[in-house]
Design a protein around this ligand. Sequence first.
Ligand SMILES: NC(=O)c1ccc[n+]([C@@H]2O[C@H](COP(=O)([O-])OP(=O)(O)OC[C@H]3O[C@@H](n4cnc5c(N)ncnc54)[C@H](OP(=O)(O)O)[C@@H]3O)[C@@H](O)[C@H]2O)c1
Length: 322
Amino acid sequence: MKAAVLYHPGAPEELILEERPIPTPAEGQVLVKVKAFGLNRSELMTRKGYSPNVRFPRVLGIECVGEVEADPSGEYSKGQQVMALMGGMGRNFDGSYAQYTLLPRSLLHTFQSRLPWDTLGAIPEMFQTVHGSLNLALGIQKGETLLIRGGTSSVGMLATQLANKAGLTVLATTRNPRKEEALLVNGASHVLIDEGHLKEQVRAIVPEGVNKVLELVGTSTLKDSLECLRPGGTGCMSGMLSETWTVTDFAPMEFIPATVRLTIYDSGQITSPTEAFQDFIHQVEADQVKIPISQVFTFGQIVEAHRFMESNQGAGKIVILH
Ligand SMILES: NC(=O)c1ccc[n+]([C@@H]2O[C@H](COP(=O)([O-])OP(=O)(O)OC[C@H]3O[C@@H](n4cnc5c(N)ncnc54)[C@H](OP(=O)(O)O)[C@@H]3O)[C@@H](O)[C@H]2O)c1
């Protein structure tokens, strides 16, 4: 099989396409034929060497969709549609940047769908993060206002759609004015150009401040984001696009406005049940949600796809299709 192996952290070119034997599943493992997978910002960080626990060489890839190739337990049949994400995939053990991947049985979610594989490949991590951030962490309610900081990210684009669907008004940010149209078409009511300070822009639209904030840029903007909230509002940090995730000299009483709540979502800690993925797939099949795909690449274009992710040109999920 072909696999993209990272021997040393570095530039996209460090992802080396090579031939490897198809692995054999041991007790508790399932061999999955990978049909498609989404690229993730965390893989970009691992590729650059920012994941101290990852040992090399490693096949990256924290998620995939595909078909069961072999399950020694007999629980799954050959050809059954499955998706998998997180749980150490592409970090503690080899992940989805390959034609086949060996996965712990506990990581698999089965589903049924006739959607094309590239659409399905965009779903697992993007959906889980959006669902966890909006519903579990922020507890969004109809009629609320939501600021999404990092609006053109795949998580931001899907969050905009699902918040809209739930009856919220969305303010979405980008640093790039050329992406304004894409954000409006995706359902944002207001687009804010983010130069690091949003408080005045937000208050000009919602004078009392927004009800909720989804922070995807990280701690570099978190204080300003919390200042966009009204008293009693909630901010959830789910991303760190700026590659900053610590606050030096954190003084809670200076950092968090009085009565504002701060929370986080981490898909490594709280996962979605299998039914939630299947239910979401049904919504996509029924055209109630349009999966925000930025660009689809072939597996042979994995280096180019990483370069594209790093260029920040897109708006939505980058998918690799076998
Ligand atoms: N908490 C979790 O469980 C979880 C799960 C999945 C992902 N995440 C995190 O969520 C975030 C979004 O992930 P994604 O895969 O959806 O990202 P993505 O699609 O790769 O996001 C790309 C966009 O991010 C923006 N961006 C890049 N660098 C930035 C910077 N320095 N400052 C501000 N914006 C920047 C750019 O938008 P503009 O150029 O338009 O501004 C770019 O178009 C990431 O930080 C990721 O690690 C968290």
